[in-house]
Design a protein around this ligand. Sequence first.
Ligand SMILES: [Zn+2]
Length: 96
Amino acid sequence: MPMQQPRKQPMRKCVGCNEMKPKRELIRAVKSPEGGVSLDLGGKAPGRGAYVCPNVECLKKARKARRLERAFSSQIPAEIYDGMEAQLEAKNKNEN
Ligand SMILES: [Zn+2]
């Protein structure tokens, strides 16, 4: 495990549970300049971002409350949400 200098962590709010968490513990959902919404698992994609905990529960809460739609001011089709949930499930499976 790499040693890290202690420093102030940037905090972001999860769109699912509404809790402030360190940015690096959250996953960024991004709206690309072309308008597509996806999970930015690498954290490097360009575009407008919103943050969610790395669990499907929070993503589902955000989906139910339409918080990503609000964050991106655009409609998000069901298949996009399904895709993001699958992306997250796959990621969590790989890490366990
Ligand atoms: Zn959350």
